[in-house]
Design a protein around this ligand. Structure first.
Ligand SMILES: NC(=O)c1ccc[n+]([C@@H]2O[C@H](COP(=O)([O-])OP(=O)(O)OC[C@H]3O[C@@H](n4cnc5c(N)ncnc54)[C@H](OP(=O)(O)O)[C@@H]3O)[C@@H](O)[C@H]2O)c1
Length: 278
């Protein structure tokens, strides 16, 4: 209780400790908000992995995984890092662990300095093995210009046991770039312009059952526009960014897309929403 110069008495409630906050001020626990669970606690690996993802006819299951600020921005100063936190990175790893292929646009590769996918931790590894998946997801990059650095980490730091990353590109990409990339990647060139539906069909032909698309907005808008998103995992960061592109960047969609909410988790003030296409 304090008394100010005007004689007003101020009584303020003590700020209660947040439930689940560890002694060091950092919450590792992941809580499930929806569907309601009596304990609240959830194993995020089970929440994401113990779910059927049947591939639709002619293409793999497509899961888009993005993080956005509460005002909808997907980057701060051109990168998604400032939106993330430890819990977000842990759940990104859990969602990546679902993938046969991690699909990403060249703009994101260039902005984020992509590295080869890491080995998913043990309990995901067992689930992957039981689903018949490779130890690690393969990376696939979409780049019409083939403007990717062949010495970048995603190409040169992969485990030698893993197949080279895939690069999907268009027929008018400069041949010298294609030649340089062909030394470090499996390059798939479209006859002319690249259609994202053709990329998915090619992946299905390679036996890919689950694609996790990690953006960016210029790639995701094409999937959304063509009705090719089966699942959207959206991490809402506890941040007002004040500017920045949203989840989609490009031509308006022909029509709005309805989703249904599959689960909501929370950790470290992030909210993790999992939506399914209706
Ligand atoms: N918050 C998040 O979860 C998140 C996730 C990912 C990215 N981001 C942010 O988003 C930004 C990057 O996104 P972005 O929209 O600029 O780039 P993007 O979607 O990652 O990539 C766009 C690029 O992909 C290639 N591409 C995509 N579709 C194509 C098609 N049909 N045919 C040919 N090429 C195609 C083109 O590459 P070329 O230019 O090489 O032809 C195009 O410029 C960065 O700031 C990044 O930090 C945020």
């Amino acid at each position: 209780m304090t008394v100010d110069d005007a004689g007003f008495v101020h009584s303020r409630p003590q700020t209660p400790a947040s439930p689940g906050r560890a002694a060091d001020g950092y919450r590792r626990d992941v809580q499930q908000l929806f569907p309601h669970s009596d304990s609240g606690d959830v194993d995020p690996v089970a929440a994401y992995h113990d779910v059927e993802r049947p591939a639709p006819a002619g293409r793999p299951w497509v899961l888009v995984n993005m993080v956005a600020s509460v005002d909808g921005a997907t980057a701060v100063d051109g990168r998604s890092g400032p939106l993330g936190g430890d819990a977000d990175r842990r759940l990104l790893g859990v969602v990546r662990g679902l993938a046969d292929v991690v699909l990403v646009g060249a703009g994101t590769v260039r902005a984020e300095g992509y590295r080869p996918p890491r080995t998913p931790v043990a309990d995901m590894g067992e689930r992957r093995a039981s689903r018949g998946q490779a130890v690690r997801p393969r990376l696939a990059v979409v780049s019409g210009s083939a403007g990717l650095d062949p010495s970048a980490s995603l190409f040169v730091d992969r485990d030698p046991d893993d197949p080279a990353p895939l690069v999907y590109t268009s027929g008018d990409a400069p041949s010298e770039r294609l030649d340089a990339l062909a030394a470090v990647a499996e390059v798939v060139t479209a006859d002319d312009s690249l259609d994202i539906a053709d990329v998915l069909a090619d992946l299905q032909g390679r036996g890919v059952g689950t694609v996790v698309c990690e953006g960016g907005p210029g790639l995701v808008v094409q999937l959304a526009s063509a009705g090719l998103i089966d699942e959207l995992c959206l991490s809402v960061s506890p941040l007002i960014a004040g500017s920045g592109t949203g989840l989609l960047a490009g031509a308006p969609l022909p029509r709005p897309t309805n989703l249904r909410l599959a689960h909501v988790l929370t950790a470290d003030d992030f909210v993790f929403c999992r939506y399914l296409a209706c």
